[in-house]
Design a binder for this molecule. Sequence first.
Ligand code: NAD
Ligand code: UDP
Length: 313
Amino acid sequence: MPLSPLRNLITGGAGFLGSHLVDRLMQAGEEVICLDNYFTGRKANIPAWIGHPRFELIRHDVTESIRLEVDRIWHLACPASPVHYQHNPIKTAKTSFLGTYNMLGLARRVGARLLLASTSEVYGDPELHPQPESYRGCVNTIGPRSCYDEGKRIAETLCFDYNRMHGVAIRVVRIFNTYGPRMLPDDGRVVSNFIVQALRGEPLTLYGQGSQTRSFCYVDDLVEGLIRMMNSDHMGPINLGNPDEFSIRQLAEMVRAKINPELQFIHRPLPADDPLQRQPVIGLAMQELGWQPSIDLEQGLDATIAYFRQCLA
Ligand code: NAD
Ligand code: UDP
């Protein structure tokens, strides 16, 4: 008898990363339940699968519990852009804590494996550079980013306590800045902001002097890392990101050169607690998952610019 397809639940499946993961699992012949409250996600990200016999869409908020029969839970539900997660910080904290608590309860009940989409924000404004998984971070507990940073930290804690107390199979990944097609034009994160501004002929908004750094991973690389992690024997936490580090000014210069070299930069105040530098150490992902990014920033920006050109046309 042929093996039945794996039953996957993807929370936040209508969002940027989640929708790319939906594509990969559906293309692999698996069953997918996409669960989302559409805060930052949209059905337009998954039109190819609506009505497909192996695909189901559920409007649900992860702060409420739910009963489903699944083998794997990919827990991505949580706004990721600072603009969105600071819109209602109490809701963000509830989503991180209660959402992860509810999904771990479900995983325990049905014996499912749960992968948590954690973040490099657990390192805060890091004093150690680049950041390995063993670094414990430098996080403000009371600032505007805390709802998200501390939310993800307690989500990681819950995963490990469910593993120790109840034997739930967990996989924890710390995702570093990831970009690509299907980010919202008004998402507020830096790659989409710069591309949308440049395509509209507007000045690019540099927060502070633009000397702060980030390391940008293209979405296809990241999703490959998530899948390898779910299939591995390693619980994590494990960093997934592209170790090539750029200042925000360098990123602005690259985007400007690709779209319109005449554009100006304008400066806006640096937001509170904005991390000054960020770069993943990915040795563990290379060793445990055989994973490393294959798409550099030039290539990834070209694909993302092509997407936004179509969106804004
Ligand atoms: P996104 O905002 O596009 O996706 C989040 C999805 O979760 C959206 O579809 C949203 O509607 C849904 N959602 C939010 N709150 C919910 C709730 N209470 N109940 C049900 N659904 C809810 O962001 P993304 O970039 O795709 O991020 C996905 C996950 O990856 C998030 O958990 C985020 O913290 C994590 N992550 C992303 C990055 C990145 O650079 N993209 C970096 C680190 C971590
Ligand atoms: N940033 C910027 N201009 C923008 C948006 C963001 O200079 O229009 C900066 C922001 O201050 C931060 C970096 O770009 O230093 C990355 O911001 P993003 O919101 O993408 O992600 P995060 O701060 O969570 O890494």
